[in-house]
Design a protein around this ligand. Sequence first.
Ligand SMILES: *Cc1c(COP(=O)(O)O)cnc(C)c1O
Length: 387
Amino acid sequence: MSIIELDREYIVPTYARFPICLVEGKGSRVKDSEGKEYVDLGTGIAVNGFGIADEEWMEAITAQLGKIQHTSNLYYSEPCAKLAEMMCKKTGMKKVFFSNSGAEANECAIKVARKYGELKKGSQYTTIITQKDSFHGRTLTTLAATGQDVFHKDFLPLTDGFVHAEANNMEDVRRLANENPCCAVMFEVVQGEGGVRPLTQEFLTELEAFAHENDLLLIADEVQTGNGRTGKLYGYMNFGITPDVVSTAKGLGGGLPIGATMLGEKVEDVLGAGMHGSTFGGNPVACAGALSILARLDEAMLEGVKERSDYIFSELSNAKGVVGVSGLGLMIGIECEKPAGEVIDRCRERGVLVIKAKNKVRLLPALNIPMDDLRYAINILKEVCAE
Ligand SMILES: *Cc1c(COP(=O)(O)O)cnc(C)c1O
C-alpha cells in the first residue's frame, strides 16, 4: 500500500489531509514522496520557525541527544533550567512551567487562574472570560475555553467555568464580568484559527486596565503568536500590555513538541509542590532545541520578520482577486474572491504550500525565509488569486 493508503486504513480520520506526503526539505523548501518541490509558507502551522532541518537547531538537539534524552522531573536538568531563565530574562516573567503542547500550556494557565481566584477572592471565583472565535486547544477544558461552537458540539459536557465575549467588545467583557464570579480573561492578540484576526490596540489597552481594576488575571495565549511570529518576541509586546500569564508552544521548539506557561509576579507562587506535573514536560532535547531558537530571536531577526511582513502586505493588499489582508508580522490571512480551498489547491499544484483559517488563506512562513523563495511564492499566489 502507498503511504496515503496506509494512513487512510490505520489512522483515525480526524484530519482532512492534503493529498501529498512530505518527506524532506531544507529551509523553506520541502519535497513530497514523488520528488516534487514546494516553497513552504505554512511551516507545519507556525512550528518550524527557522524552516526545515535548520543547521544550528539540529546541532543543539543532536548534542543533547548524545548526552541524555530524558531525565523525568524527579531530577534537575540543565536545558530546561537555562530555557526558563532565558524566557524570563527576555519577557520579565518570573517562572515557567514546561509541558508538551499548546493545549497543555493553556491547561496550566487555567489551573493557575482558578487557584489564584480561590486564594484571592474565594472558591466560587473560577470563571474565565475568553473571546468568541478564539482557539485554545482540543482537551475538554481548552475546548470549553475555545469560543467556537463547532468544536464543542459532539463532546458535551465540557468543563464548566468559561464564558465567551465578542472579540474587541469591552461592553461584552464588562457584562460577563458582572454576571459571573471571574478570575481571569484569556485572549490571543491575533486570533489564528479564528481567521487571523488581530484584537485592537484600544480593546487590549482597556482590557488591561479593566483587569487591573477588578483583579482579573490577564492570560495571553501566545501558542501561535509567540516566539517571533508577529515581529515581536511575543505578540502582546506589540500592544504595550503586560499579561500575568503567557502560554506558548508551536514555534518555541523549532519542530519538537514543547509547551510553556510563563507566570508573572502576581502568580509566580500560586502553584506548589505536587499541584501540577508532566512526564515529558521540560524534556532536555526539546528544551535544547527551544534554547537555540529563542537565543536567535534577537532584534535583527525580528526586523527581518517585519520586512518580510511589509513585503507580503504591500504585494497582496491591492492585488487582483484579493478582497483583504489581515494579521500581524508573518501571521497573515488573505481573503480572496475565490474560495480559500481552491486557492490553496491551485497553489499546491504550482509548488507553493499555504494553509487555511476559516474563509481565509493563511500564510505562516519561516521567520527567516529567503527573500527569493518568498518572492517566488507570493508571485504564484498572486497569479492564482488573479486567475
Ligand atoms: C494551536 C493552538 C493551540 C493548541 O495547541 P496544540 O499544540 O495543538 O495543543 C492553542 N492555542 C492557540 C492560539 C493555537 O494556535
